[in-house]
Design a protein around this ligand. Sequence first.
Ligand code: ADP
Length: 225
Amino acid sequence: LSILELSKSYKTKTNGVKLAVNQISLECAPGETFGFIGPNGAGKSTTIKILTGVIQPDSGHAYIFGKDIRNPQSRQGVGYVPENPYLNDSLTPFDILSCTLQIHGSKPEQPAKHIMHWLEELDIAQVSKKKIRSFSKGMTQRTAIAQALCINPKLLILDEPLSGLDPIGRRDVIQLLNKYKEQGGSIFMTSHVLYDIEQLADNVGFIKDGQLTINPLANNQQTLR
Ligand code: ADP
């Protein structure tokens, strides 16, 4: 993943302009986990929404596996978990993963077994046929993470992936993401919790008021580990 001088502003209610993301550049190499940290309102979600095609940048570029993010094909093989994921609450986790596999054209040999594997990994297999409507925030988050992982992504884009989880849920998801990393997966994640970034990231960027205050590209690429 590479981001080059990306900017995005919003119109404010008082007819002003809010520069939410201001000329940020960074790189997340294959197999690396990049932790994007900053306080609320810093511009993290805006950056992620640009990368996942939810909104368009005003200027600048971003590439995923060499493909411009303006090209929807750049998102093939990318698993995405937005902040507070919206899942159709009349569906079950099984339905959601099943739809995801169909949309992404992934055809595992035994789809049901593949789906149950990921629901087991997230410890929600026992509620695989229960409607999302009855779920806690943590269980919804686990479903969204299973959904992102079931397509065997090469890159995971995660916006506050540990939010809404209790301490056991946080520990489980950190372990699972570390396993995904050991298998060669790349992660671009945001958090406002330094501890979470420390548990997972190889490289970090600090964003505040839309600006990357420590630009990893400007230094010799130092890793946390
Ligand atoms: P973070 O994810 O780091 O909390 P955001 O990217 O959500 O930050 O927001 C960055 C800034 O842009 C904040 O000042 C926020 O209020 C503003 N902002 C975000 N979305 C919109 C929007 N749709 N319209 C106007 N302002 C927005």
